[in-house]
Unconditional design. Structure first.
Length: 222
């Protein structure tokens, strides 16, 4: 749970072959607890995070905020998300927030020969936003920019009903050398902060590096 620039890491292991992925989160991000051993530990860490994020709020407001965060964890598990962080800032007088998720997925067997083009084809089929190939320091990747509808669960919404809202997102998928793919996504419900957050996210994806078990940097062609 840090608000300082941090170096983060995940590893993808396939048939004993590991690729370590590192990236840098900018200053201002709060990190959600992802490595917990029990529900009680998760609750305690989310409440502690709420106290850090909202130091002037009442305990009830902090507990409600922690409960709202806890409601995302089923989706984290389903999506294979290994890192989740968020940032809050003010843009032209509007309070804005964005989240960043990082996950690892296996590439389909038929996509391994040309993962970038296969990913472009798969994402374009959703007909939801702009999909294109981009070049990162770590190698070729695919960028997907668009909007989607989300919802606050009825149990957490003040109205007692599911409350839909629209979010804007940037997703970047970068193939790894061992047949997996790194997925980074930035999502914001506040359009006023789009330029700020998209620029911030560009810095994150440009910081991505791949390493082997010995700490050797893996280039785009390896």
């Amino acid at each position: 749970m840090s608000t300082v620039t941090s170096d983060n890491q995940v590893a993808a292991v396939v048939d004993g072959e590991a690729v370590h992925v590192r990236w840098i989160m900018p200053e201002g991000f709060f990190e959600l607890p992802m490595e917990v051993e029990s529900i009680d530990q998760l609750a305690d860490e989310l409440v502690a995070l709420a106290q850090q994020v909202m130091p002037g709020a009442t305990p009830d407001m902090q507990y409600q905020w922690a409960a709202l965060c806890a409601g995302n964890y089923d989706a984290f598990v389903e999506g294979g998300i290994q890192y989740a962080g968020f940032v809050m800032t003010e843009v032209d007088g509007t309070r804005c927030t964005a989240t960043v998720h990082v996950s690892l997925m296996d590439l389909a067997e038929e996509a391994r020969f040309n993962p970038v083009q296969a990913t472009i084809g798969a994402l374009s089929a959703f007909n939801q936003g702009e999909v294109q190939e981009i070049n990162l320091p770590c190698g070729p990747a695919v960028s997907w920019i668009g909007t989607r509808q989300a919802a606050v669960d009825a149990a957490l919404a003040p109205s007692g009903h599911d409350e839909p809202f629209w979010t804007s997102f940037i997703q970047v998928q970068a193939p790894l050398p061992n047949g997996t793919v790194l997925v980074l996504e930035m999502v914001t419900p506040t359009q006023e902060g789009w330029d700020t957050f998209s620029s911030m996210f560009a810095g994150i994806v440009k910081s991505v590096c791949f390493f082997d078990d010995e700490g050797n940097l893996l280039g785009p062609s390896e």
